[in-house]
Design a protein around this ligand. Structure first.
Ligand code: ADP
Ligand code: ZN
Length: 723
């Protein structure tokens, strides 16, 4: 090609292959460099990729790279990671790169911060406003102009005037670092007998620094965090970066404090609540290797760490690690891949490991470390099933007399109770007692949930909401609408009626005030500012509530009713986690499970504390059915505005499926949510034996099938959450 130098540039768009560009004279470009290139009429950020540039494009048609950013290049491991994730999830590589280039502003060089300070030169003319500014600045420290004006109670013009006159001088300060280096030896804990062996193992694993997966399988309150902090410490000593993933990081602020108590400094944070500017600075500092420890949500896995030496996935069983939209990936599994590509250890931690991780440990692919007692001899709560057929609540109420009595005793002892119900709002269904009309979402196949505080009926899937009417829209009868079943708001109403003196806190993800309000409420609970907590799954996750002595599960059967084989696993995990919130700081505690099916294996396993029985049963059921992790599974969701088009294309795909071979195609059937946001959804499931190249199978099948037309969309979901 006449020796014209070219490069491949991957762009953060829904395209798989990189584009070829010309390298301008005098510029050197290497894989990983972040560049800006022309695309049509605009310019776009991309990254130089490893692919050999396409030589077939005539050099007179090649456009040059417009700019190379003065930013740390993406290292080979993350480039391989992008390719790997794209290949595994059947998404265009550009879409995965987009998750890496999440903070484009980070590419601009960081500017110094401008500040003003006293020069000592008096102003030519003194005014009242000027005097106040000079007094305020009197301690000689640098101020930002805006802060100084605000502190002195003057307009910014007054400060500018003093700068022009020379009474205030401009100074330039380097930006404050995103996070100071954590000190691995700041405050190592004293481990108890149950922990010390596990902690030593953590140090050995991190010191060796080789790829391998370790599952810390320890009961709630056994001190798993302190144990895996040892691996973080060892990684820091080796000068490498460490990443800790948490499922609900925005609500886990006390985790940052815990980290700071152990390592002397807070880690950098990465999640959707971090303001954009801060995210950009964090991205850049991670890429530069100056940030050594990051605590983040699943998306932190795509940060461009150059020296990553450890990933910890806390609460590894949590379904929040699965991203369901765009690139559908499970961050727990992709963390293992990243460790493999980067040759470093990965640690998974949970009190209720996923069946997948447990089987991987049993079969020797993962190392397993068990912690079987609570830290400092704190006792697990005594767990009991309350048979609602024997101890029914009074009419119109939802709490059994057994639970109410336990709450009275807990209140009298000045301890805290927690009522858990995984249902937001007031009532999950509203119907007309006259004609039987039920309020349904116009866009989704789901009932509208009444939210009484807001006076609305809300769809929990698409957000559709409408005012609760006075009369039934179907038959016109007045005052005929009844709320069926409880949500947390309704339980709060019952509690207020039964315990008018008690201080009560409701915690659910749709609270007015959002995350800041939730954080404040969590702090109120921790510090004893409330007597009775009523909450959704938000309260089940990882929190330490030291005063909690009673957990009441309002409806332990909720979730078991679904036909999904994963329902049992999820319910088991949720119940074990929520009951595990009690008694963490010592003292006697109890958990009561309200149920109509006390003999159900999940309820029985929780009540008897025999978790091994539960795992053995579930694992056997999966093995027999050839379900993950004993087989491979993919979902293909076909959606369209009209039901008929979605179904028709699902049939087309089904017929195009290869007949031969070990993969089995099931369906189409209506997807778990048959209508979502106005789109009808059908699903095909593909089941194949372990070791089968499912991606290859899907790729050739989908490529050979007639393409979807009109508004029909196809979304592949490898390892779907429900099956
Ligand atoms: P888990 O994550 O296993 O449920 P945590 O790591 O939250 O348990 O530990 C439970 C409690 O015990 C926390 O308050 C924690 O600070 C405390 N703890 C655990 N190990 C130690 C230790 N070695 N020294 C001091 N406190 C500890
Ligand atoms: Zn809806």
């Amino acid at each position: 090609m006449d020796g014209v130098p070219t490069v491949s540039v991957l762009l953060p768009l829904a395209v798989d292959g990189p584009y070829t560009y010309r390298v301008p004279n005098g510029v050197t470009l290497s894989p990983g460099d972040i560049v800006r290139v022309p695309l049509g009429p605009r310019e776009i950020i991309g990254a130089v990729w490893d692919d050999v540039p396409d030589g077939s494009v005539g050099h007179n048609r090649l456009r040059p790279v417009a700019h190379r950013y003065d930013a740390p290049p993406l290292d080979p491991t993350i480039r391989k990671f992008v390719d790997w994730v794209a290949n595994y999830t059947l998404t265009p590589r550009g879409m995965v790169l987009r998750m890496v280039l999440r903070a484009p502003g980070a590419l601009e060089a960081e500017h110094d911060i401008e500040a003003v300070m006293l020069s000592g030169k008096p102003p030519e003319r003194m005014t009242d406003a000027r005097r106040r500014v000079l007094e305020q600045a009197g301690d000689g420290a640098p101020w930002s102009r805006a802060a100084l004006a605000a502190a002195a109670g003057v307009s910014p013009g007054v400060v500018s005037g003093l700068v022009e006159q020379g009474s205030l001088t401009l100074v330039h300060l380097p930006p404050t670092p995103v996070a100071l280096p954590p000190d691995p030896d700041h405050a190592p804990p004293r481990f108890d007998d149950g922990q010390s062996e596990a902690a030593a193992e953590m140090r050995r694993i991190a010191d060796a620094g080789l790829f391998g997966v370790t599952l810390i399988d320890g009961i709630t309150g056994s001190g798993k965090t302190e144990v895996y902090f040892e691996a973080v410490a060892e990684t820091l000593r080796r000068g490498r970066q460490a990443l800790i993933l948490l499922p609900e990081i925005a609500l886990t602020t006390d985790f940052l404090d815990r980290f700071a108590r152990r390592f002397g400094e807070r880690p950098a944070e990465w999640h959707s609540e971090v303001p954009p500017r801060q995210r950009e600075r964090t991205w850049r500092a991670v890429a530069a290797g100056t940030v050594k420890a990051v605590v983040g949500a699943r998306s932190a896995l795509f940060l461009p760490f150059p020296e990553l030496g450890l990933v910890i996935v806390d609460e590894e069983h949590d379904s929040a690690y699965k991203q369901e939209e765009g690139v559908t990936y499970n961050a727990r599994d992709m963390a293992v891949v990243r460790g493999h590509l980067g040759s470093f250890p990965v640690i998974l931690s949970s009190a209720t490991p996923s069946i997948e991780s447990r089987v991987n440990a049993d079969q020797g692919r993962y190392r397993r470390i068990e912690l079987t007692s609570r830290f400092a001899a704190a006792k697990l709560p005594e767990i009991r099933a309350v048979d609602m057929r024997v101890h029914p609540p009074e009419r119109g109420f939802f709490l059994s007399p057994v639970l109410v009595q336990a709450m009275e005793a807990t209140l009298a002892a000045k301890s805290q109770s927690l009522l858990f119900l995984n249902r937001r709002g007031y009532a999950p269904l509203t119907l007309c007692r006259h004609c039987g009309h039920r309020f349904q979402c116009p866009n989704c196949s789901s009932w509208l949930v009444e939210h009484r505080y807001r006076g609305q009926l809300v769809c929990h899937h698409c957000g559709h909401h409408e005012a609760r009417p006075e009369r039934c829209p179907a038959c016109g009868t007045e005052d005929s609408l009844v709320a069926c079943g409880p949500g947390v708001e309704r339980i709060a109403e019952e509690v207020a009626q039964r315990f008018p003196e008690a201080r009560c806190t409701v915690l659910s993800s749709d609270m007015l005030g959002g995350v800041p309000k939730m954080r404040a409420e969590l702090e109120t609970i921790r510090s004893g500012g409330t007597d009775i907590v009523i909450g959704t799954q938000l309260v089940a996750k990882g929190h330490n509530f030291p005063l909690l002595a009673l957990v009441g599960v309002v409806d332990a059967d909720l979730g078991l009713a679904q036909g999904d084989p994963r329902a049992a696993e999820r319910t088991f995990q949720l119940l074990a986690q929520v009951t595990g919130r009690a008694g963490r700081a010592g003292g006697d505690s109890q958990a009561l499970l309200q149920t109509y099916a006390p003999d159900h294996p999940v309820i029985a396993a929780i009540a008897s504390g025999d978790r091994e029985a539960f795992y053995a049963r579930e694992i056997e059921a999966r093995r027999t059915a050839g379900l993950p992790p004993f087989g491979r599974l993919a979902g293909i969701v076909i959606s369209a505005a009209e039901r008929a088009s979605a179904q028709a294309y699902a049939m087309v795909l089904r017929r195009a499926a290869p007949e031969e071979g070990p993969a089995m195609v099931l369906g189409p059937s209506e997807a778990p949510l048959a209508v979502l946001r106005g789109r009808h959804r059908f699903r095909l499931l593909v089941r194949a034996p372990r070791g089968f190249d499912l991606q290859d199978f899907l790729r050739s099948w989908l490529a050979a099938a007639p393409p979807p037309r009109g508004n029909v969309r196809v979304q592949v979901d490898i390892d779907p959450q429900s099956f």
